[in-house]
Design a protein around this ligand. Structure first.
Ligand code: NAP
Length: 433
């Protein structure tokens, strides 16, 4: 099958490689229709994410298939998979840092506890914006929008490919690390939607700041906060402010603050939105460019900042708890890292139960998507399939992407269309390990 390899300097080359093996009884082999791209996909090969893959690893400089977001058809299942069948339309998250079965390829592997059903085939997707090699990314971003899958009932592969990594990160951040509520079955009280005089309920509110709310992780966190009635949601965004606003309930005090105005204005904007309430919870879905320093100036003593990039931040005063929201906890006991790196990874409560956590929330995320309670992040389709991946990753690296997820349609890769017959034969010869 065809697979892409991303180099340390974000060049992408295509290679013919063997089909991945189903090396776990709970594994699903997925014939990839669309795969999503994440900042991690260029950072990992570049050696920036040492907790996932140290650059001392043998073969590091050869580059890697670093993709993780998968949407497609189940092609084979491990012996202990009970909830998925061959032919099902699914999306899922491939394990970060594991090259075998990674997403930038014709076939990928995801575990059943981080996969979810997309429902029946949907109507042909309405045209989505495209990222062409010569595209001005900022423009592509501005025309991005949520795909229309209302007619067919199922979720389109392009939209689904925006979900696994970013949405599960948001779930981990809000429900495992910050614990804004015990879970979606326990929404916060207050702010009855039918009650025009909401003032009486303001005392019950627990404000939440989401820094980087236009990014995929941040925007899913905003949506989850709405699902559990956390208000006010105070967002920090810039170019994607209007998109973020579309996710908010301004009647319940939600608001957006513009980071482009500088740290003092960000601080003032957050304070104004707090209206004197203490800020105990902040989800830093940016974790760079001074985000956590700004948050440190406004989070109350005893409050909590959860960051998406793992490193101990000495700039955050010790009276504020800091933690790292890590997708890796869905497969591994990250508390081991926390122990060895002391305060670095902070509170990683999943321990060995990341599988159970992932299973529960993957099913819920699938349900919410199918019911329309959760909207996929705006999609920009990369032109040329895997041939366009390099442009997408370089745009991510340059910080051009605003409120969009670049999605690769594997079948649009020229070489794959030509080699389809040969691949079918190769697939038939594959067996479980
Ligand atoms: N630890 C893990 O396991 C893990 C997993 C997934 C992701 N991550 C990390 O999480 C971060 C976010 O990922 P993502 O997928 O959400 O990225 P993304 O969608 O590519 O984020 C792009 C957004 O970042 C926003 N942004 C850039 N600079 C900002 C600033 N100074 N303040 C506020 N917002 C800013 C932009 O907002 P505007 O458009 O409004 O300008 C843009 O829309 C990345 O660093 C990624 O590596 C970590």
């Amino acid at each position: 099958m065809l697979s892409a390899r991303v180099s340390t300097d974000t060049r992408v080359t295509l290679h013919t490689v063997p089909l991945p093996t189903l090396c776990h009884p709970h594994a699903l082999l997925v014939r990839v229709a669309s795969c999503g791209t994440n900042p991690k996909d260029w950072k990992l090969p570049a050696g920036i994410l040492q907790t996932i893959r140290p650059s001392s690893d043998p073969g590091f400089s050869d580059g890697m298939n670093s993709g993780d977001d998968v949407a497609g058809y189940v092609a084979a299942i491990g012996p202990r998979v009970t909830e998925f069948r061959v032919g099902d339309r699914v999306a899922g998250l491939h394990e970060l840092g594991v090259e075998d079965g990674a997403a930038f390829a014709e076939y990928a592997v995801v575990m059943d506890w981080v996969a979810f059903h997309l429902g029946p085939d949907c109507a042909p997707p309405r045209p989505l914006p495209v990222l062409a090699p010569e595209s001005d990314s900022a423009h592509a971003a501005s025309v991005g929008g949520v795909g229309d899958f209302s007619a067919g009932g199922g979720i389109g592969f392009d939209e689904a490919a925006t979900v696994p990594m970013a949405c599960l990160m948001a779930v981990i951040g809000l429900f495992m690390m910050l614990r804004v509520t015990p879970g979606p079955w326990a929404p916060l009280e207050g702010h009855d939607a039918d009650d025009e005089d909401n003032k009486a309920d303001e005392g019950k509110q627990r404000p939440l700041v989401i820094y980087g709310a236009a990014g995929a992780v941040g925007a899913y966190a905003v949506q989850l906060a709405q699902l559990v009635n956390v208000h006010p949601v105070i967002c920090v965004a810039g170019r994607g402010m209007e998109f973020v606003r579309s996710l908010l309930d301004e009647g319940k005090g939600d608001t957006v603050v513009d980071y482009r105005l500088g740290p003092d204005k960000v601080l003032q904007g957050i304070k104004d939105a707090l209206k004197g309430r203490l800020l105990m919870d902040a989800f830093d879905a940016t974790s760079e460019n001074g985000s956590f320093i700004n948050l440190s100036r406004v989070v109350a003593p005893g409050g909590h900042i959860s960051l998406v990039l793992p490193a101990f931040r000495p700039e955050i005063p010790s009276f504020i708890r800091q933690s790292a929201t890590m997708a890796g906890c869905l497969w591994k006991n990250m508390a081991v890292h926390a122990k060895s790196e002391k305060r670095t990874l902070g509170r990683l409560d999943a321990g060995q139960n990341g599988r159970e956590f992932g299973l529960m929330y993957s099913r819920l995320v699938g349900l919410w998507l199918r019911e329309g309670k959760l909207k996929p992040h705006p999609v920009v389709v990369v032109e040329g399939g895997l041939r366009g991946l390099e442009k997408a990753l370089q745009d991510l690296r340059a910080g051009h992407a605003s409120a969009v997820k670049y999605v690769v349609r594997i079948g649009e890769t020229k070489e794959i269309t030509e080699g389809e017959e040969e691949l079918t034969i190769a697939w038939e010869n594959t067996c479980l390990k």
